[in-house]
Design a protein around this ligand. Structure first.
Ligand SMILES: NC(=O)c1ccc[n+]([C@@H]2O[C@H](COP(=O)([O-])OP(=O)(O)OC[C@H]3O[C@@H](n4cnc5c(N)ncnc54)[C@H](OP(=O)(O)O)[C@@H]3O)[C@@H](O)[C@H]2O)c1
Length: 347
């Protein structure tokens, strides 16, 4: 069947809550020209990420290059290609890096998306499109965060936010590298976090996590910490000398406020001070890193291989029909989704 000229897509038209920012359209153009090293993917499923709703609510139109289709993660089938390793009909998954969406104005909450080769890989046969759709953005973030910690097999990693999508991938990838993992989450997610491979578990809801770790320091101290949730309060980092080894690295997925309020802005100022004031002048004597996600084909292939080997699985919280995408946003906005919130585009 010939590729249609127009498609259904959820378009981000303005800044605001998804219910205000998004419009469902049936007349959005399907790209007809496929640039070199790109594929046109017929999307089967798109997974939501906090990045989507955060940008909708925080970035003004001129910065976000609106209007454009929402979201970044996908699984689908190659419809067309130009000079890539893929063939028409290949089952694939991947993401469109946010910096690329700003140039190409593509998004994955749509029937078709144009994606550069470096952001796509073949879907292993042991995972379906729904589960594969949520692998890339969170999985690569976990992979690249773990690389920043420089941890080796036998060392111990603490993951704050073990039940977030990034945290669930970080646990599995760390275990695949032979790293011991202690993870925190709310008690309802203990079983899942342990099933993913965590050796130790802490319920972060009982007591502020930095207080708990200071009064129960691990022995030996953690060799690295990943804050997969992205705490705006920097206390877990500022107290880390009590529970992280001197050469340990603290990695966060987001050091920025989750919402705009005076309290969150206060945390942001504290974070800036704590992460920039040098240790020799009395600053925090532990390394701090915030790695912005990179579109790296080698990392994507490594993640794919772990999935193909059954060492990493995708966890899905819920699945919505395309016309119900606003309900999917309501779900992810609760911050209680355990695993990916997925929107089914076609069967
Ligand atoms: N830097 C980057 O390039 C990058 C890339 C991807 C994601 N991120 C950021 O990473 C963070 C996680 O993203 P995600 O997609 O993994 O999130 P997510 O799966 O949507 O997170 C949902 C989970 O957050 C947990 N949670 C809620 N409040 C919490 C709190 N106060 N402390 C700890 N955990 C809490 C909940 O588990 P419990 O019920 O067990 O608490 C829930 O299962 C987001 O801030 C996102 O923006 C950054």
């Amino acid at each position: 069947m010939a590729t249609p000229a127009t498609q259904k897509a959820w378009i981000v038209e303005r800044m605001g809550h998804p219910s205000r920012a998004l419009k469902f359209r049936s007349d959005w153009p399907v790209p007809s020209e496929i640039p070199k090293d790109h594929v046109l993917v017929k999307i089967q499923a798109a997974a939501l990420n906090p990045l989507g709703w955060k940008l909708m609510q925080l970035a003004p139109n001129f910065l976000a290059k609106r209007p454009l289709p929402a979201e970044y993660d996908f699984a689908g089938v190659v419809e067309k290609e130009n000079g890539t390793e893929f063939e028409v009909g290949d089952s694939v998954f991947g993401f469109i890096h946010v910096s690329i969406t700003l140039k190409t104005r593509q998004g994955t909450l749509a029937e078709y998306a144009l994606v550069p080769d470096k952001c796509v890989t073949k879907r292993p046969s042991n995972i379906d499109a729904i589960h594969a759709s949520g692998l890339t953005l969170a999985g690569l973030t976990a992979w690249q965060s773990l690389n920043c910690t420089r941890l080796e097999a036998g060392q111990t990693l603490f993951i704050y936010g073990g039940s977030t999508a990034v945290g669930l991938f970080a646990i599995q990838i760390a275990k695949a590298r032979g790293i011991k993992v202690v993870a925190s989450a709310s008690s309802k997610n203990e079983e899942l976090v342990r099933k993913m491979g965590a050796d130790g578990f802490i319920d972060y809801t009982k007591e502020p996590i930095h207080k708990y770790l200071t009064s129960h320091p691990p022995s030996p101290k953690f060799h690295g910490i990943i804050d997969a949730y992205g705490l705006s309060d920097p206390s877990l980092y500022t107290h880390s000398a009590a529970y992280m080894a001197p050469d340990g690295v603290f990695v966060t997925t987001t050091p920025a406020p989750h919402r705009i309020s005076l309290k969150e802005l206060g945390y942001f100022v504290k974070t800036l001070a704590a992460t920039t004031w040098p240790a020799w002048l009395g600053g925090i004597p532990r390394e701090f890193k915030f790695p912005a996600l990179k579109a790296n084909k080698a990392d994507l292939e490594a993640l794919r291989n772990l999935v193909a080997e059954g060492k990493v699985v995708g966890v899905v919280d819920s699945v919505y029909e395309m016309q119900d995408a606003l309900q999917a946003y309501e779900r992810i906005l609760t911050w209680r989704a355990t695993g990916k919130v997925v929107v089914k585009i076609v069967e």
